[in-house]
Design a protein around this ligand. Structure first.
Ligand code: SF4
Length: 720
């Protein structure tokens, strides 16, 4: 679902998805516009180009922009994103928790408290008693700053970011298979392909403007195969829909490769010249004939065979995946199984061939590259690599001995908070009381912190429930910087207005805390460009090399795909055309064995529960749930249940039902549908307690990527 400027009736604040043109005032406005500021939408990883309309220092509207990414299209979130900037809920003063309540404070009171408490905690319990938790919906400059602030400002090992709850399984698999963590292709390759296999992603709903590329391929006759437990809006248009049992995807993917090998559809020359270790995978997939996978996945044998042949016989083919594949204890395995298929068929590194993960967060391919991850330094370097530590320490001007070691993921920090090993945390742009799993476990751990500083521009659920200090920060429209979209195309966010009185730029807040801690010499960043220049240098020579990117180059080229190692380089829209990123230039096959989810249905909890997104909301909903049109269209979560099971339980659409797991319960309206597996329930996750889907989910982790198993656990449902 996407709209262009002719289908948005600005005067009536309503959408018309069927007719072009609205008559009357239409898109026009009587407010005199002083400036049209080119920028990009902040509400997903597509990063559609837009103009913000500014009148007398206020943002009053939006115009779609004819940018190569979106070509004047925006989705419902994009056309109202600007409304958060002047929203009455904006935080305009620091808040300090006193006697259990957040009360207003001056900036000096708040910062004195923050810095004094950090010093007390670290003096008494060591530097690692403080933690930093960043976000991936912020500019890369801020993401870089958060990583450096943790390691240089606080000198703690404990830093992680909320991409940990998004695409990290794909990241781990990418590094193993290809030696670099990035989507292999630009969007334009999707339009050129002949067959698209999607696994665990509802592109039409969650990436509404990106779906245009897929429709263009379909218009040329490309086939579409969708793997999803629900018959989603994307699946409804597919040639083949495989409604797999939640968490069974790796078995299906192994079986698809089994058929491809058996039918002689592999590319032996590509395997011989560009890869390593195929024989291990050949032996592994021998154990996954379609008959076995059909039992594990609960889909027909014929559909597995048809899928393998349709996809492998297509001259050009791609595989795209997202959280439905990745949010499992086998998330990394699933992504490696995808890589095995692409590599075995040689359908990668060529026009219309390849694929990978579709990142949901606004800066999904930039926010994770430059040092917020617990085990990475800028440039997508491993923090365990002595050379990388030495290089980045030099850029930062610290002795290499002072560079902290690797930390742990955010979910692994929770037990450390419970135990008192971590006693303070600073977070930017995340909302843990919606987005982390098993919230009944998370809340007391966060409340145990002696200092929990939340920097945000709205009072999120996590700030309201657990923060000891809240600092009012800036929106994307009040800042400039670079984000990298799903394709790894770096685009420029431009400042349209100043933060409202009382709020401050996030960059200034972090640098000021560092200054008050006596570490200001490492945080001399008067402007975002100063951060970007250091970031470029810190990334130089790494996998995610941004050294050759400049603000001006991005603007003049309509975006620059990283890696871009020199000012002369045009960037790298398509990866792997000549070599992979392991030192020998080859990709690596990894044999995968299917493992069931950590928790499976039983007589007490007989359903699978899975979660996901809706078109009207962005991630934890802290931004979109406040915007009138979006909250009117989607005011509360619901639980989808199949018609057959609803009839057996006597449930009807709209009826309040209780959904329970071993971790908690929620009461929601039922939505009775034919478009979900009868053994599966689905809840969108954009809301906080008491209706949060994540009161129910399982915090079991993928052993490699450390992603929680959001997408499969055992649940029960009953009438209230
Ligand atoms: S939410 Fe995503 S698809 Fe929608 S306008 Fe924004 S960037 Fe584009």
């Amino acid at each position: 679902m996407s709209v262009d400027k002719f289908t948005f009736n600005r005067e009536n604040k309503s959408f018309d998805f069927l007719e072009r043109g609205t008559g009357g005032a239409g898109w026009g406005t009587s407010v005199p516009i002083d400036a049209l500021v080119p920028t990009h939408c902040a509400f997903c990883g597509v990063q559609c180009g837009m103009y913000l309309e500014v009148s007398q220092g206020r943002i009053v509207g939006v115009e779609p922009r004819d940018h190569p990414i979106n070509k004047e299209r925006l989705c419902p979130k994009g056309v109202v994103a600007y409304q958060q900037v002047n929203h009455p809920d904006r935080l305009r003063t620091p808040l300090i928790r006193r006697n259990g309540r957040l009360v207003k404070a001056t900036w000096d009171e708040a910062l004195d408290l923050v810095v004094g408490k950090i010093q007390e905690i670290q003096r008494t319990h060591g530097n690692d008693a403080m933690a930093v938790y960043g976000g991936s919906s912020i500019t890369t400059e801020k993401a870089y700053l958060m990583g450096k602030f943790a390691r240089v400002g606080l000198r703690t090992r404990y830093v992680d970011y909320n991409g940990r709850l998004c695409m990290v399984s794909a990241a781990a698999a990418n590094l193993r298979a290809y030696g670099i963590d990035r989507l292999a292709n630009p969007f334009s390759d999707i339009a050129e392909t002949d067959c698209i296999l999607t696994v665990g992603t509802n592109i039409a709903e969650t990436f509404p403007v990106m779906i245009q590329y897929l429709w263009r391929a379909r218009d040329r006759g490309a086939k579409l195969i969708v793997v999803d437990p629900r018959q989603t809006t994307t699946a409804r248009t597919a040639d083949i829909h495989l409604a797999v049992r939640p968490g069974s995807d790796p078995a299906l993917l192994n079986s698809i490769l089994h058929v491809i090998v058996k039918d002689g559809l592999i590319d032996q020359e590509f395997i011989d010249t560009r890869t390593r270790d195929f024989d291990k995978v050949r032996q592994a997939v021998e154990q996954y004939p379609p008959e076995r996978a059909a039992q594990i996945c609960d889909v027909p044998v014929e559909k597995i065979v048809e899928t393998a042949r349709m996809w492998a016989r297509a001259p050009r083919a791609m595989i795209l995946h997202a959280r439905g594949l990745e949010h499992h204890i086998t998330g990394t395995d699933g992504c490696l199984a995808v890589a095995n298929i692409l590599l075995a068929t040689g359908k990668i590194g060529k026009p219309g061939c390849g694929g990978g993960t579709i990142t949901g967060q606004g800066n999904g391919q930039g926010g994770r590259e430059h040092g917020q991850k617990c085990d990475q330094l800028p440039g997508q370097r491993s923090i365990n690599d002595p050379e990388a530590r030495k290089y980045v320490a030099e850029v930062w001007g610290i002795p290499v001995e002072e560079m902290p070691p690797a930390g742990v993921s955010i979910v692994e920090m929770i037990p450390l908070m419970e135990q008192g090993a971590i006693r303070g945390m600073i977070s930017l742009c995340n909302n843990s009381m919606v987005s982390l799993p098993n919230l009944n476990w998370i809340e007391p751990a966060l409340k145990k912190l002696e200092l929990y500083v939340v920097v945000d521009f709205f009072l999120s659920e996590v700030a309201a429930a657990t923060a000891t200090v809240v600092l009012p920060g800036s929106t994307w429209a009040e800042d400039e910087g670079v984000v990298a979209n799903i394709e790894a195309r770096c685009v420029k966010i431009n400042k349209a207005v100043d933060p409202p009185p009382g709020a401050r730029h996030d960059r200034e807040i972090i640098c000021e805390i560092a200054r008050r801690l006596g570490r200001g010499q490492y945080f001399q960043f008067p402007t975002p460009r100063d951060v970007f220049d250091e970031l470029r240098l810190a990334s130089k020579g790494g996998n995610a090399d941004w050294y050759g990117i400049s603000y001006e180059k991005i603007e003049s080229l309509g975006g620059v795909f990283w890696p871009c190692p020199t000012p002369e380089s045009p960037g790298t829209p398509r990866l792997y055309e000549k070599r992979f990123y392991h030192s020998d230039g080859r990709a690596v096959f990894y044999p995968i064995e299917y493992r069931p989810p950590a928790e499976v249905p039983d007589p007490e909890y007989p359903y699978w529960l899975t979660t996901g997104r809706v078109v009207y909301h962005y991630l934890s909903g802290n931004q979109t749930r406040r915007l009138g049109f979006l909250s009117e269209e989607s005011p509360e979560p619901w639980v989808e249940i199949h018609t057959e099971r609803a009839a057996a339980l006597g449930l009807q659409t709209g009826q309040r039902v209780r959904v329970r797991t071993r971790r908690g319960e929620v009461i929601l309206p039922a939505l009775v549908v034919r478009t979900i597996r009868p053994d599966t329930l689905f809840i969108p996750y954009h809301w906080g307690p008491p209706v949060a889907a994540n009161l129910l989910t399982n915090p079991a982790l993928d052993p490699i990527s450390k992603i929680p198993e959001f997408k499969a656990c055992a649940a029960t449902i009953e009438a209230v």
